[in-house]
Ligand binder design. Structure first.
Ligand SMILES: NC(=O)c1ccc[n+]([C@@H]2O[C@H](COP(=O)([O-])OP(=O)(O)OC[C@H]3O[C@@H](n4cnc5c(N)ncnc54)[C@H](OP(=O)(O)O)[C@@H]3O)[C@@H](O)[C@H]2O)c1
Length: 383
């Protein structure tokens, strides 16, 4: 059952206040947060706040989306298990449950829009989309560029997607993550009318709060100075998206009901390893000396893309076009990408605020020992 809700949203927004107080007893304690931000949010002046449900909200991208929505005067409810950062956003309505057969707490409520951050398993996404299809007027599903079947050539939103050999396999692994997300997209589109559905396909999401350290490795390693191994050449492409730019675009899409599928990436070919090198040096002022090693040496040393050399892809490798995803459609729809230098700078600032046990070691990139070993091998090879 697919229903268009365009009429509803107009009614909803105008009548929002009524519904909010009537429909959402739970919303009472959110009043303070929403009202407080109502005075400051740019939407508030126009009285057009939205009630937004976030499936998730407390990991990495969620908190940025919550804050951006509140900054604009919207009201936000969270749905999650209460296991991740559960002290975050104590003022907001919190619907507790598990995507896996645990959506009961959402029944009987309405929102203007839902942002689905925690959909990895198609059955989960099908269940939440089926439940919320009649309870929201817009559904935004956060997917990933990993849905694409191949990165041997640049992908646009219409490129072939990966498929699951067994569609009942729900185990999320490095292999199945992409094809499962592609199936999740299909499941949500089976329930939500195209004009009420936004699907975002981010690449590496980077910046303050990132739990993977894939982008963070480069400015943080640079800041510790000395000889540093850099793979490939300065011209090797790099593509990321700053989490704050993703959050801004997400709330824009909700407000404007921007339907469709969007690769959310920095423009293809706009940025490369050379610029990353220069930006990391500029924001860290460190005495780092780059030792560029070629792809053959990287392969010979079995220095893995993704883990040891995060966000870099060998130009002759299987993922040669992973940093050349076409992002023109999202830019045309209003996505603004800040300079990557800003992301590098703010990542370093954020990193400096973290507790020692978190910053003791990075979760991606070369360990000091592995890097020293590889650099010694490179020097001896160069002879
Ligand atoms: N990081 C990247 O570079 C990247 C790139 C492309 C796409 N993505 C996409 O970004 C999304 C993840 O971002 P994020 O983790 O930062 O989002 P988030 O919204 O900040 O956090 C994930 C949330 O989901 C909740 N959750 C997890 N499993 C759940 C379950 N079974 N039932 C109910 N709630 C559950 C967690 O809370 P509880 O644990 O308390 O339940 C947490 O609040 C994913 O869709 C991923 O595919 C990420």
């Amino acid at each position: 059952m697919k229903k268009s809700r365009r009429k509803f949203i107009q009614a909803g927004v105008l009548g929002g206040a009524g519904i909010a107080t009537g429909g959402f007893g739970l919303a009472a304690n959110a009043e303070s947060t929403a009202n407080k931000s109502k005075q400051v949010g740019d939407q508030a002046g126009k009285g057009r706040y939205l009630n937004i449900l976030i499936l998730g909200g407390t990991g990495f991208i969620g908190p940025h989306m919550v804050r951006e929505a509140l900054r604009r005067g919207h009201r936000v409810s969270l749905f999650n298990r209460g296991q991740t950062n559960d002290s975050l956003f104590p003022d907001l309505p919190h619907f507790v449950g598990d995507r896996d057969n645990g959506l009961d707490s959402l029944k009987g409520h309405r929102w203007d829009a839902v942002i689905d951050n925690s959909g990895y398993v198609p059955r989960h996404v099908a269940d939440s989309a089926a439940l919320l299809a009649s309870a929201v007027s817009h559904y935004l599903y956060v997917s990933t560029i990993s849905v694409y079947a191949s990165f041997l050539q640049p992908n646009s939103e219409d490129s072939p997607l990966g498929t699951m050999a067994n569609e009942n396999n729900e185990e999320v692994t490095g292999e199945t993550y992409g094809p499962l997300k592609a199936l999740c997209e299909k499941r949500v589109a089976e329930q939500i009318a195209a004009e009420d559905l936004t699907i975002l396909r981010p690449t590496y999401i980077c910046g303050p709060g990132d739990r993977t350290d894939r982008f963070s490795y480069w400015p943080i390693r640079t800041a510790s100075g000395g000889d540093m191994l850099w793979p490939g050449t300065r011209n090797d492409p790099v593509q990321i998206i700053d989490v704050r730019d993703l959050a801004t675009f997400t709330i824009d899409c909700i407000e404007r009901k921007t339907a469709g599928i969007y690769n959310t990436v920095t423009p293809a070919g706009m940025y490369d390893m050379g610029q990353l090198h220069d930006d990391c040096l500029a924001v860290s002022a460190a005495d780092m000396k780059a030792i560029w090693v070629d792809n053959q040496f990287v392969a010979q040393q079995n220095l893995g893309e993704g883990r040891d050399l995060p966000i870099w892809a060998a130009p002759d490798g299987e993922a040669r076009a992973v940093a050349l995803v076409d992002g023109a459609r999202a830019v045309a729809a209003g996505l603004n990408n800040r300079p990557v230098r800003e992301t590098a700078r703010d990542t370093l600032t954020w990193w400096s605020t973290l507790p020692a046990e978190r910053t003791a070691s990075l979760r991606a990139g070369l360990s000091a020992a592995r890097e020293a070993e590889a650099l010694a091998a490179w020097e001896s090879q160069k002879g």
